[in-house]
Design a protein. Structure first.
Length: 83
């Protein structure tokens, strides 16, 4: 039997395999199938639009702080070389 490298289609398994667990099929969750994915997508969309997000999650707070830091630094960065 031919050995299948990770990430390739295995006709015996019937699903795309992951590199971490070669025999575990890739999960295909989207906003339609998983409520958590929909919530995460809406949260990331709000952050990308620079809207305030009410969340007690430390990671969300860190992302919001990083976005604020980048927004503050961007106007002070010059793309024109100095002469």
């Amino acid at each position: 039997m031919e050995r299948v490298s990770p990430g390739r289609w295995d006709p015996l398994a019937g699903a795309l395999m992951t590199a971490v667990h070669p025999r575990r099929p890739v999960r295909r969750y989207g906003p339609e199938e998983d409520r958590g994915v929909a919530e995460t997508d809406s949260l990331l969309d709000a952050l990308s639009r620079r809207e305030p997000v009410a969340s007690s999650d430390v990671a969300v707070g860190l992302l919001a702080a990083l976005i604020g830091d980048v927004d503050q630094r961007c106007p002070s960065v010059s793309v024109t070389p100095s002469t």
